[in-house]
Design a binder for this molecule. Structure first.
Ligand SMILES: Cc1cc2nc3c(=O)[nH]c(=O)nc-3n(C[C@H](O)[C@H](O)[C@H](O)COP(=O)(O)OP(=O)(O)OC[C@H]3O[C@@H](n4cnc5c(N)ncnc54)[C@H](O)[C@@H]3O)c2cc1C
Length: 405
């Protein structure tokens, strides 16, 4: 399936459709990229999971019910990577800030350096002459999706063969991916560059590409750079220190409430909405915050569809808000007489930055921004302080805690 309808019912149907393939078939076949329109070895559910139209808990419960703990092991681990990356960035938000600052600098360099601009444009237009890379660039722009292995090869070729700034590649992905996610995208690009697991960059290997594309692509050894070291030298101070998790204030029953729907988590019905005194509801369009450059139309259309579906399911008429001037948030809530805004937890990324910019106006208006944090996140994030292995070792305890049944 590579045609995504942005509704919960379509997400549930897609998950049920993939359930028989979440077991050993997934474990054995997941590394093969069969190409556009043929991604049958993987779920292609990420545009839904990214917005929690299906939750990680649903995915894990479905996989365990269909295949048992041993059969579902690999699929469960992959799903938990999402929570690991989210938690890791929550604990090191400085890495997100430095990505955003570095991206501004890289974009400014493009304006000064005509050769760099030409090379970056060729890469994004699929005009480098490296067949596999050009095909993936086209697939990304046309469909909003790439197989995980293709993302790894693409990022590696971008950084090490073409020698282009990694943040411009991450931004290209983020602007086009339907599942575009601040944590998974930024940290995966950093991982390929050798900045996450420091000193271990990911090399795109011609034989590996030929094998796992079933011979659709057969790059020659000389086409791709030999990767001998990563970009660690560009961050000589190493990783910033781990910070405590942000405090969360949950919504309080009895307070006049403004309900804020965002595409961070489109399953507000999972929370205690009925207990709230809701005075107004808004859908917040925010995908354009992903980048200073324009975002792909399919991304903004998916966001709008997912938000409309969320409001429809709740049976609420929502005011459309656009994340422009952050002062608009306090104005909207104040106009309805609300003293708290309730929304699902917003993780480190562009929307969190926008909410932080809105905070002074909220404070002046006496409005408290409250968030629901999922038990799933609370179970994983405390362990996301180093490599994935630390989380992986704790999967049985994490699953005991959140009971995905
Ligand atoms: C350079 C690069 C950039 C990436 N950018 C993003 C991004 O912006 N957003 C994003 O969601 N993923 C990103 N990923 C991770 C991964 O490629 C996708 O989550 C996965 O390919 C989604 O396709 P799927 O649903 O068919 O995955 P499946 O293999 O079917 O996996 C099932 C689910 O597990 C989760 N998952 C699987 N692998 C990963 C992973 N490595 N990291 C996090 N979650 C995972 C996803 O929720 C996925 O829906 C990136 C990976 C790389 C190498």
């Amino acid at each position: 399936m590579t045609d995504w309808t942005p509704t919960r019912s379509a997400a549930d149907a897609a998950m049920a459709d993939f359930a028989p393939r979440m077991g050993r078939r997934y474990a054995n076949g997941r590394n093969t990229d069969h190409g556009p329109g043929a991604h049958t070895a993987v779920s292609t559910l990420s545009p839904y999971t990214r917005r929690r139209l299906v939750t990680e808990q649903d995915l894990v419960a479905t996989a365990l019910a269909a295949h048992g703990p041993a059969g579902a092991e690999k699929f469960v681990q992959e799903v938990i990577w999402r929570g690991y990356f989210k938690g890791w960035l929550e604990r090191r938000p400085q890495v997100w800030d430095s990505y955003r600052q570095g991206l501004e600098a890289d974009l400014a360099a493009l304006d000064r350096d005509r050769r760099l601009r030409r090379d970056v444009d060729r890469a994004m237009d699929g005009q480098t002459g490296i067949d596999c890379f050009d095909a993936w660039a086209t697939e990304l722009v046309e469909t909003g999706y790439l197989h995980n292995h293709a993302r790894m090869w693409f990022a590696s070729i971008w950084i090490f063969t073409l020698g282009l700034p990694w943040r411009l590649g991450a931004d290209f992905f983020y602007r086009h991916l339907l599942d575009g996610d601040a944590a998974s995208n930024t940290l995966s690009w950093r991982w390929v560059a050798g900045l996450h697991t420091r000193g271990k960059p990911y090399p795109a290997d011609p034989q590996n590409i030929a094998t796992f594309t079933n011979g659709r692509f057969t790059p020659r050894r000389n086409d791709l750079a030999e990767v001998t070291q990563g970009l660690e030298a560009t961050e000589p101070d190493g990783l910033p220190s781990v910070l405590p998790l942000r405090d969360v204030m949950p919504p309080q029953a009895g307070r006049p409430t403004a309900l804020l729907l965002t595409d961070e988590d489109c399953r507000v019905e999972d929370f205690t909405v009925d207990a709230l005194d809701i005075r107004t509801t808004a859908t917040l369009i925010a995908s354009h915050l992903r980048s200073p450059l324009p975002i792909a139309d399919h991304v903004t259309a998916f966001e709008a569809g997912a938000l409309a579906d969320q409001a429809r399911r709740l049976g609420l008429v929502a005011v459309p808000l656009h994340a422009g001037d952050p002062a608009a948030l306090a104005k909207w809530a104040t106009a309805a007489g609300a003293t708290q805004i309730a929304t699902p937890y917003v993780t480190t990324g562009p929307l969190r930055d926008w909410l932080a910019a809105a905070q002074p106006d909220l404070d002046r208006a006496g409005i408290v921004l409250t968030e629901w944090r999922r038990d799933w996140d609370a179970a994983i994030w405390p362990h996301a302080t180093a490599g994935f292995f630390k989380v992986k070792q704790r999967i049985p305890q994490i699953l005991d805690l959140v009971q995905p049944a």
